[in-house]
Design a binder for this molecule. Structure first.
Ligand SMILES: N[C@@H](CCC(=O)N[C@@H](CS)C(=O)NCC(=O)O)C(=O)O
Length: 219
């Protein structure tokens, strides 16, 4: 019987989305608990995550209500740490070959800050959305000719999917602090320019995963 996992998450959060995608792709049973980031429960920081952020998990201990976490369970936070931990628990989330596993970790370390920085920079700080195109050009160079980040789907893909998915929704609707019109123009370039053909295929592959679909269609 595997240890219980309770994921504390928030639908709006791209970091939490990394953990959710990974768990949905896994064979690990888990409970999901939505944290309202605008009105966090008082027990959340003292009992689950001292910094008060999502995602976080409880692992092991008795099967209790997520609102009444047991002192006997272990507590863990940080999306990058969590997805690696899930991959340690469920070997299907990373390739078996040690070098390919290292490449997946390399992809997480290098591609994630590129896309998260460019996307969040545009939406929250008003930087030029074209920064996302620059990030995508660099990420394309890390991708194999076909398939996912290291061929088969892995946690490397879970690490970046939330940012691409949010960039699409935000830019197509011109949402964010950047100059009006620039989001739509950037996404149009991404959808049409031959330069981004490899990314378009990669993004279509990511979106075809059941785990990505379920997140965006659930109410
Ligand atoms: N480095 C963290 C970032 C997590 C994070 O920033 N989460 C935000 C939501 S997207 C949060 O919980 N913020 C606390 C708050 O809004 O009160 C990770 O990768 O897990």
């Amino acid at each position: 019987m595997p240890e219980q996992i309770t994921l504390y998450t928030a639908k709006i959060c791209p970091w939490a989305h990394r953990a959710e995608i990974t768990l949905k792709e896994s064979n690990l049973p888990y409970k999901r608990y939505e944290i309202d980031l605008k009105d966090k429960p008082e027990w959340y920081a003292p009992k689950i995550s001292s910094v008060g952020k999502v995602p976080a998990i409880t692992y092991g201990g008795p099967d209790v209500s997520p609102e009444d976490p047991s002192p006997e369970s272990q507590k863990l936070a940080e999306s990058g740490v969590l997805i690696q931990f899930f991959a340690d628990l469920d070997q299907s989330l990373l390739p078996k070959d040690p070098f390919t596993r290292a490449k997946a970790r390399f992809f997480i370390e290098t591609a994630s800050p590129l896309i998260s920085g460019a996307f969040l920079g545009a939406v929250t700080r008003g930087e030029n959305p074209e920064g996302v195109l620059t990030a995508i050009e660099a990420i394309q160079k890390l991708l194999p000719e076909e398939g996912y980040a290291v061929g088969e789907w892995s946690i490397a893909d879970a690490a970046v999917t939330p940012f691409f998915a949010r960039a699409e929704v935000a830019f197509k609707n011109d949402l964010g602090k950047y100059e009006e019109g620039k989001g739509k123009a950037t996404w149009a370039k991404l959808e049409t320019d031959e330069k981004y053909a490899r990314f378009r295929k990669y993004f279509a592959d990511l979106k075809s995963r059941k785990a990505s679909k379920r997140h965006f269609t659930r109410t």
